[in-house]
Write a protein that binds this ligand. Structure first.
Ligand code: PLP
Length: 390
């Protein structure tokens, strides 16, 4: 007998009735310190009063308006994003996957409009995750996501992660784009070095290929800059955003330069729900809070504090941990045990973490986690590691 819910997830036997900041609270009142944040989604914690106010104020006015009409909330969100980034224009989506789909369409449309409709190859990297649509799984290319779903959409070639020599050999004046995460999330919190990201940009420029950055997980302040690519001082041509931008409400976006978006005229793309007033009211509030330099400085300070404590944790448990990686509050513990074992042991300590590939457990707390909560989290991880050792 199949479950009423299609069983595509291996779910932990936990459910939560409420949330407060960095805490998820079960029906019996048990409080779990939430370092998963819905996988980097609850950027400002659970039940953030400012976001609740933004949502409920909008909910009392109007929920849904078709994109056949002006949507001031969407306009405002788009303008905030344009003001703070490389982008000239924004399409608002409901998810990261939809953002990936549009990014791919935009690349193809661009070259088609340029009179090079055969220029479709998008170079990607192993370990990538861009979503679960047929296009996005073709882009990521991993067997785990593509098995049984063939034939895959053509036009993607996957290179070893961070292998710039392979990129240099593969890229040509027939390459449509390079598509990548500045910090791989699902792939195991793997940042690309700033110098390497600059080199990717330079290789794209050399042949005229577009650079598409997927900042669905690493963007929106997660690394201590509004967007992770800012660390390297380069800009993409197209960027996908989602997860943190909605603070927990489904929301995503594709940002692009005017040049690259020039082919996307009336009728070239659309969405029923994308850019609805509820999502955009919340997204606007998230942007106003997270894009503030003082807020981002705090993310950096807390990220450094957390990292320092995690280095101590790793040193104290050399049989469990191999090292810490990541930037800002996008951190990963590389494990010597199976990541799921650590995640389970952490459940016993009422701590939520998320496994990733490459033997990593992700720590993605809300960006406004307190110093005390960071200390508390490390204490819980310490107990979880001790339990695994015994
Ligand atoms: C989560 C994620 C996606 C997909 O986003 P959804 O909102 O789940 O569709 C795409 N890219 C990256 C880097 C992600 O982390």
């Amino acid at each position: 007998m199949i479950d009423a819910v299609l069983p595509t997830y291996n779910r932990a036997p936990l459910s939560f009735e409420r949330g407060e900041g960095a805490w998820a609270i079960a029906a019996d009142g048990t409080r779990y310190l939430d370092l998963g944040a819905g996988i980097a989604v609850n950027a400002l914690g659970h039940a953030n009063p400012e976001l609740v106010a933004a949502l409920t104020e909008q909910a009392g006015r109007i929920w849904h308006v078709s994109n056949l009409y002006q949507i001031p909330q969407q306009q405002r969100l788009a303008e905030l994003l344009v003001d703070r980034t490389f982008a000239d224009t924004v399409f608002v989506t409901n998810s990261g996957t939809e953002a990936a789909e549009l990014a791919i369409k935009m690349v193809r449309k661009y070259w088609s409009e340029k009179g090079q409709p055969d220029r479709i190859e998008i170079l990607t990297f192993e370990g990538a995750f861009h979503g679960r649509s047929t296009g996005a799984i073709a882009a990521a290319g991993s067997e785990k996501m593509t098995k049984g779903y063939g034939p895959l959409m053509p036009g993607f070639r996957t290179l070893p992660w961070g292998d710039l020599e392979a990129l240099e050999a593969a890229i040509s004046d027939q390459t449509a784009a390079v598509m990548m995460e500045p910090v791989q999330g699902e792939g195991g919190i793997r940042p690309m070095a700033d110098a390497d990201l600059r080199k990717v940009r330079a290789l794209c420029d050399k042949v005229g290929a577009l650079l598409v950055l997927d900042e669905v997980q690493c963007g929106m302040g997660r690394t201590g800059r509004l967007f992770a690519h800012e660390w390297a001082g380069v800009t993409p041509d197209i960027m996908m955003v989602a997860k943190g931008i909605g603070g927990g409400f489904p929301l995503g976006a594709v940002l692009a330069t005017a040049e690259v978006a020039s082919g996307m005229g009336v009728g070239s793309h659309g969405s029923t729900y994308g850019g609805n007033p509820l999502a955009c009211a919340v997204g606007t509030r998230v942007m106003e809070i997270v894009a503030d330099e003082a807020f981002l400085a705090e993310v950096n300070r807390k990220g450094a504090l957390f990292r320092q404590k995690l280095e101590g944790l790793v040193a104290a448990h050399p049989e469990v941990f191999e090292g810490v990686r990541g930037i800002g509050l996008m951190l990963g513990l590389r494990c010597k045990v199976a990541p799921t074992e650590l995640v389970s042991a952490a459940y016993d300590e009422h701590l939520l973490t998320v496994p990733a590939a490459d033997n990593v457990v992700r720590l993605l707390p809300p960006l406004n986690i307190s110093d005390e909560e960071i200390g508390d989290a490390v204490a819980r991880l310490d107990r979880a590691a001790a339990a695994l050792e015994s």
